[in-house]
Design a protein around this ligand. Sequence first.
Ligand SMILES: Cc1cc2nc3c(=O)[nH]c(=O)nc-3n(C[C@H](O)[C@H](O)[C@H](O)COP(=O)(O)O)c2cc1C
Length: 319
Amino acid sequence: MDYYFAPMEGITGYIHRSAYQALFPCIDKYFTAFIAPNQHGKLSSREKNDILPEHNRGMKVVPQLLTNKADDFILTAGKLKEYGYREVNLNLGCPSRTVVSKYRGSGFLARPEELDRFLYEVFEKTETDISVKTRTGRDSPQEFVRLMEIYNKYPLKELIIHPRTQQDFYKNTPDLSVFAQALSVSRCPVCYNGDIFTTEDLKVFRARFANVDKVMLGRGLLVNPMLIEMAEDGTAIDMERIRKFHDMVYGGYREVLSGDKVILFKMKELWSYMIHLFSDSKKYAKKIRKSEKLPAYEEAVDALFLECPLREPERNAQT
Ligand SMILES: Cc1cc2nc3c(=O)[nH]c(=O)nc-3n(C[C@H](O)[C@H](O)[C@H](O)COP(=O)(O)O)c2cc1C
């Protein structure tokens, strides 16, 4: 099984990625959070830092682009090629209203004929491989029949399917029957993404889709960085390694960001997931959330690791 780390804007940047790779080297491909191409092919400093080869050594990283303008995509893919990237990923999944209202991300799915023209152009003129990460429609999964016909016209490197519509956001459960249907007609390799939170979820998915050999995980890995290792080797959770992982991410942010508030904002975002690894953690979570200065934060984290028991690993981590 190939495992991919899902792109998660604001969280899975190069600092998080490098720390993860150093301590849990089980990922076949990492995807960057979306880069928004412009007509000059210029990357913002955040985007550039995220893709710089020296920030991504020893990892297979695929930059992701969010646009509905073929020229901008082609220009930025060309720029990324100069940095050594051989594959770029197109974001057709982002459900955020500001993105969707401009017919980008999962909003682009509502304009299949335009999407078809876009894909025709980018496949004509882009020199790198192109993969797609898609939802199953903007308003209804019925849109996916037409969308699959379009995807099948092009030599996609792979198609990552998160079987929810834009309307679902992250509510409801992924629609596995739509996924199964797409799998049966897809001409390119398919990767599954969505709601794999426990080793049991992974087992159930593999039992049902024995012919799918690529899975992308996002929130499940944010909560439990050892999820894949536990599923593959039956390894028990190793709190020392998780603590080290936290310290590496925290140290990385302290090096590149300035101001306690900015650093803590990033750490608190990560904790909004990782806290679910612990049980009876309410009081500690509150202390972390309320901390405004680094020493208070460090004290709260030390107490959590020292005093808080782990949650039953097989309980759904998102509850
Ligand atoms: C905070 C957050 C940020 C995300 N940012 C991106 C992004 O930049 N690009 C993208 O394709 N998906 C993004 N996603 C979606 C995830 O990549 C993934 O498809 C989604 O979380 C479902 O997978 P999961 O159930 O394993 O988490 C984001 C999701 C979250 C929760």
